[in-house]
Structure formats: C-alpha cells, structure tokens
Design a protein around this ligand. Structure first.
Ligand SMILES: [Cu+2]
Length: 171
C-alpha cells in the first residue's frame, strides 16, 4: 500500500512539473515573431530608465533604453514601413530644445555630458522609417552640483552629446 502511495505521489509531482513547464512561454521576453504580419504586431513601446546614479553624480547622464515590438535599424523610406517585425529609429530631445538627434542602432544607452547643474529632461521618441513619431517616454533628473558655472555666454545650453549611432538633425 505504501508503495502505491509513493507511485501516486511521484505521478502527482511529475504532473505538477509538466504543468509548470507548460505555463512558461517561448514568447516571454522575445520580440514579435518574423512570421507575423505587421498589422498583427502589438503596438511599439520604448522604456527609458532614469540616469545611472554614479555617472550622474559626476554630471554625466547615462540613460538606458529598450524597445518592444520595434527594431532600431538605420532604414528609412516608405518601403521600410512594410517591414515586419516593425523597424524605425529614435528621436532624442534634451530639455525640449527645438531639435533632436537620432539613434539608429540598438546600443541601449544614451550619454549626455556637460549639462549644467539643475533639472533637465530627455525625451526618447519612437520614429518610423518616414520619421513619423509613434510615442515615447521622458525621463526627468537633476544634475548635481552648484550652478557657479551657469549657462554659457551664448545664453543657452553648454551641451556635449555623445551617442553611439547616427547623430544628425531632423532625420
Ligand atoms: Cu527620424
């Protein structure tokens, strides 16, 4: 009888393990399958983290990002709109300036150095291959330190940008 209970117990454990394995999905953590058409893809999304603490303490802003349902590639033009899974690039705007720069590779980090002490923000926007904007996320942060240096003599923005990837104006 005890042997029979042990066999039932073993069968129950095996069934529970099988059920646990079935609850996992290969799709978890993956991008859209290349075998799905574009119209069935979920909407694209960008996730932007607050700046890394240690570089920020030195006045260097390192912001990490990742996208979902959106591959960052240097492809432009209307033909690229039909590519599936979806492709595009990022428009990055610092402190609501009237211009942005482009990130067209998936280096996962944007680095901005030289911002004066005080509050700032970086907006990362998804853009399709025709530069139509699809939504984005803004991170706000404070660069520590005194404002003894103040703004540049020109009145605005002593700014140096270092980005892995393409950098240009309105692209
Ligand atoms: Cu663009």
């Amino acid at each position: 009888m005890a042997k029979r209970f042990r066999m039932i117990g073993a069968a129950f454990v095996a069934a529970m393990l099988a059920a646990g394995a079935a609850a996992q999905s290969a799709k978890d953590g993956l991008a859209a399958t290349p075998w799905e058409t574009l119209d069935k893809e979920p909407p694209p999304k960008v996730i932007v983290d607050p700046p890394l603490a240690e570089p920020l303490s030195r006045g260097v802003v390192v912001v990490q990002y990742r996208t979902e349902n959106f591959r960052i590639v240097p492809e432009v033009g209307t033909a690229a709109l039909a590519v599936s899974p979806r492709v595009g690039h990022l428009h990055v705007t610092v402190d609501n300036l009237p211009w942005h720069f482009v990130v067209a590779d998936d280096s996962n980090s944007i680095i901005v150095a030289g911002l004066p002490p005080g509050p700032h923000q970086i907006h990362v926007e998804l853009a399709d291959p025709t530069h139509r904007e699809l939504g984005g996320q803004t991170v706000k942060f404070v660069v520590p330190g005194s404002s003894a240096h103040g703004p540049s003599p020109g009145g605005c923005c002593p700014l140096a940008l270092t980005v892995r990837g393409a950098v240009n104006q309105r692209a």
